[in-house]
Design a protein around this ligand. Sequence first.
Ligand SMILES: *[C@@H]1O[C@H](CO)[C@@H](O)[C@H](O)[C@H]1NC(C)=O
Ligand SMILES: *[C@@H]1O[C@H](CO)[C@@H](O)[C@H](O)[C@H]1NC(C)=O
Ligand SMILES: *[C@@H]1O[C@H](CO)[C@@H](O)[C@H](O)[C@H]1NC(C)=O
Ligand SMILES: *[C@@H]1O[C@H](CO)[C@@H](O)[C@H](O)[C@H]1NC(C)=O
Ligand SMILES: *[C@@H]1O[C@H](CO)[C@@H](O)[C@H](O)[C@H]1NC(C)=O
Ligand SMILES: *[C@@H]1O[C@H](CO)[C@@H](O)[C@H](O)[C@H]1NC(C)=O
Ligand SMILES: *[C@@H]1O[C@H](CO)[C@@H](O)[C@H](O)[C@H]1NC(C)=O
Ligand SMILES: *[C@@H]1O[C@H](CO)[C@@H](O)[C@H](O)[C@H]1NC(C)=O
Ligand SMILES: *[C@@H]1O[C@H](CO)[C@@H](O)[C@H](O)[C@H]1NC(C)=O
Length: 477
Amino acid sequence: MASSSVSFVVVLILVLCGGAACYDNSGGGGMEEEELFGLFEVMGSLLEDPTWAQMHPLPCTDTPWPGVECGLMEETDVFHVTKIHVGDDVVSPPCKASAKISDSLLKLPYLRTLSLINCFTDSEVSLNKRLFQSLASLEHLTLESNPALIGEIPSTISNLSSLKTLCLSQNNLSGGIPKEIGNLVNLQQLVLSRNNLTGAIPGEIGGMEKLAILDLSLNSLDNTLPSSIGGLESLEKIDLSWNRLRGAPPPWLGNLTRLSLLDLSHNSFTGPIHESLSGMQQLQYLIMESNPLNSKFPSFASSLTRLAVLSLSSCGLHGPIPSVFSNLTNLTALSLDDNHLDGAVPAEIGSLRNLDTLNLSRNHLSGRLMFPPDFMNRIGQRLDIRENDGLCADLAVRMSNTSSRLLQNPSCDDAVIFAAPSNRTMAADHRNSGSSVNLKPDLYGGGDDSSSDHGDFGSRIVIFVQLVLLFLLLQAS
Ligand SMILES: *[C@@H]1O[C@H](CO)[C@@H](O)[C@H](O)[C@H]1NC(C)=O
Ligand SMILES: *[C@@H]1O[C@H](CO)[C@@H](O)[C@H](O)[C@H]1NC(C)=O
Ligand SMILES: *[C@@H]1O[C@H](CO)[C@@H](O)[C@H](O)[C@H]1NC(C)=O
Ligand SMILES: *[C@@H]1O[C@H](CO)[C@@H](O)[C@H](O)[C@H]1NC(C)=O
Ligand SMILES: *[C@@H]1O[C@H](CO)[C@@H](O)[C@H](O)[C@H]1NC(C)=O
Ligand SMILES: *[C@@H]1O[C@H](CO)[C@@H](O)[C@H](O)[C@H]1NC(C)=O
Ligand SMILES: *[C@@H]1O[C@H](CO)[C@@H](O)[C@H](O)[C@H]1NC(C)=O
Ligand SMILES: *[C@@H]1O[C@H](CO)[C@@H](O)[C@H](O)[C@H]1NC(C)=O
Ligand SMILES: *[C@@H]1O[C@H](CO)[C@@H](O)[C@H](O)[C@H]1NC(C)=O
């Protein structure tokens, strides 16, 4: 270890003091020695390649490296390092096992972008408080997919006053989100997803007036949402899924008129959702699945006319599905499965010309499914209405592409068959003439919900089969 760093320094001295190599005057601008030295140390602390400095003695001009970018300062005719990116796209594997972030970063005061992806995988590294104190020119900081990046986000992150993008996703960071983060008034993207962050989302986040993307998903954040988020009117995407957030989704979310994605799924939010959320007029994705809303279907959804995906699966919704879909012409996916919804399925859902995924399974819906054939053909296997108490489908509908799922629901024709014995023969003939193979699951395995209808017919067959088996057994012995 010690000897290798000694030889590294020797190499540096050779490179730096090899005369003309230090300042490439003929090449139209060189680098300041301190900065070049700093870059060598930063790269040396990350990369496996011990000859990096030798191979790239003039990284801004004659011997560039794909992950390093420089900018020429006109007044002084001197190059400065503006970007360091290390990831699988540049070098594989990106970093050495003992990689760490060198303090020499502080010798790169013109650095605007630092991006280290899949770099710290073996030996643990944490974010150094001092490091952030003097990188005032940094605009984009991305430390992503580093399982060995541990510890807390230091409060001195707020010293990065030029920061526009802060992406620390898929690391192993823990502790709370420091409230000082709110001082990053130029921040446009805050992505801290897939860490072990805990505690509440600090209200100070409301200071980031330019914030467009807020992604804190897949952490262990708890408590309610700070109302200050309602003042962040530049927000376009909010993803807070897979945390432990609670309380009602706040009414002021309706102030976010530019929001196109709101993902609050897999939290502990409770209902009802306030009608003022209809203010989110640009909303295309409303994803709320797996929250104990325990309320009625939020009918304000009817005014979110740009909606493409609406997911309210496993939200404890009860009552009927209201007829609110006629204006949602851009809806492509509707998931209402695993709730307590009852009543009929609004026929207007079948007229949504862009809908291609519809999951209504595991509810208490009833009545006759009335969707036109072209709708059924388009949606195919992406229609799921299984496990509903009394929902039946017409034979024509059941014969369509969706049939394997629909066959687990009772046929509306069956309801007639068993109610009026005089019709049975005809209907049975009809079955045999059709694709009897497809219809079999309905007769035998018709699902728990429909078994009462079919009970005596099915049990007669079972008894018959048992008798045949008994007969065969007796024959054999
Ligand atoms: C994350 O850190 C904890 C200790 O802080 C450790 O137990 C765990 O293995 C780490 N996870 C990964 C994926 O390295
Ligand atoms: C750096 O951040 C810390 C913590 O937020 C703060 O106390 C300090 O004043 C900041 N220093 C500078 C130079 O901004
Ligand atoms: C952090 O989360 C990962 C999975 O995302 C888990 O393996 C690890 O044990 C957690 N670490 C701590 C300290 O909770
Ligand atoms: C939401 O907008 C209303 C009206 O513009 C305003 O009075 C209210 O303070 C806003 N709420 C938040 C949390 O910013
Ligand atoms: C659908 O849109 C029209 C015109 O924009 C509006 O008058 C009507 O109330 C809307 N219907 C629903 C159910 O929101
Ligand atoms: C539906 O989507 C199309 C194409 O993305 C878009 O042009 C149109 O404005 C959208 N309609 C509404 C009501 O948002
Ligand atoms: C519908 O949702 C249920 C869970 O509630 C899921 O098991 C099923 O696979 C979904 N159906 C489709 C077609 O995705
Ligand atoms: C099933 O869908 C395909 C297109 O995906 C269509 O060509 C075919 O006619 C459909 N079959 C039935 C029975 O509707
Ligand atoms: C079955 O019986 C009903 C009356 O119970 C009758 O209206 C209907 O036409 C019959 N269906 C057929 C196919 O005979």
